[in-house]
Structures are given as C-alpha cells and as structure tokens.
Design a protein around this ligand. Structure first.
Ligand SMILES: Nc1ncnc2c1ncn2[C@@H]1O[C@H](COP(=O)(O)OP(=O)(O)OP(=O)(O)O)[C@@H](O)[C@H]1O
Ligand SMILES: [Mg+2]
Length: 150
C-alpha cells in the first residue's frame, strides 16, 4: 500500500483537500494518515506575556480541537472505505509535517493552499509553502472546492 499524509487544520481549505484527495486516491492502493499539528508555544508566542494558567487552558482547548479536526477528516476517508489513522503532534507546524512525512515514508502529502488565516491575497499560506518546498515527496495543494473529473 502507498501512504498519503493529509495535513488538516479544520479550515474550509483543508476540507477541500480532504474531499479532493478522498475522491482522487484509490482506496485499494492507498492508506491515509490524517495529521494535525498543534503549534508550539514559541510559534504562538504568548509564553512571555500570558499567565501559565491561561496558557494551560489554551492548550487544553487546542488539544480538544485537534481531536475533532483529525476525527472529522478521518471520517470522510472512512466513509469512502479507506484504511485511515490519525496523528496529533506538537511543534513547528511546517517542520513537523515534513518530518512526519519522512518518518512514515509517505508517498504523497495533501493539504490546502490556505488555512485558518486564509488571507486571500496570499497564493500559498506559510505552512503550505514550507511543506511544498521541503517535503521529500510530491505535495498536492488543493486550491478550492475542486472535483475529480471522471
Ligand atoms: N496546524 C496544522 N496542522 C496540520 N496541517 C495544517 C496546519 N496548519 C495548516 N495546515 C495545512 O496547510 C494548509 C495551508 O494552511 P496555511 O497555514 O499555510 O495557510 P494560512 O493559515 O492561510 O496562512 P498562515 O498560517 O501562513 O497565516 C491548510 O489547508 C492545511 O491543509
Ligand atoms: Mg495557518
């Protein structure tokens, strides 16, 4: 079986990536790993200004969110009959996606062009750009609600 790593952040763009990838890939040939990365403290950069209790509350919420985000994406693949697993990691988002792709020796990474920030002026969000530039394998970047032509 080949492996596809699908990186999700819960945004509409990452949902498009999930929809498209689950239509494109052959479930007999591909297994799917859904990954969400919780950004590290340094990335959110609130460490120095917020009280520890607030930081802890925020992280608990991010962890709960993460479960929902990977669960929802995994369900789309499950419903289409794919073998699917989920992963939640913490760290630098782009680096963690690239490292996980390498560690699991995946054959494809799939993601959206943009994510939660979704600034329309940007062609590619920073995570999409980082992964497209650094992944060891091909990266499928889904721009919008696109359908696989049959
Ligand atoms: N924390 C994350 N974990 C897993 N995948 C992610 C994460 N953040 C983004 N992605 C993936 O990367 C795609 C592009 O999102 P990206 O974060 O690059 O854009 P953005 O949020 O619009 O811009 P930026 O984060 O640079 O402000 C998303 O559609 C999703 O597939
Ligand atoms: Mg983002």
């Amino acid at each position: 079986m080949k492996k596809a790593l699908v990186a999700v952040d819960g945004s509409e763009y990452s949902k498009y990536a999930v929809e498209y990838t689950s239509d494109l890939l052959d479930k007999e040939k591909w297994e799917v790993i859904v990954l969400h990365v919780i950004p590290s403290l340094e990335e959110i950069s609130i460490e120095s200004v917020a009280p520890p209790s607030l930081v802890e509350a925020l992280f608990n919420e991010l962890r709960e969110n993460a479960k929902r985000i990977v669960g929802d994406a995994a369900n789309v693949f499950k419903e289409k009959g794919f073998k699917v697993s989920t992963l939640i990691k913490e760290g630098h988002v782009g680096k963690t996606i690239v490292e996980t792709a390498k560690e699991l020796d995946v054959d494809l990474v799939a993601m959206g062009t943009r994510g939660m920030s979704g600034i329309k002026a940007l062609i590619l969000g920073s995570v999409a750009r980082y992964v497209a530039n650094h992944a060891h394998c091909p990266v499928l970047v889904v721009r919008k609600k696109e359908r696989v032509k049959r």
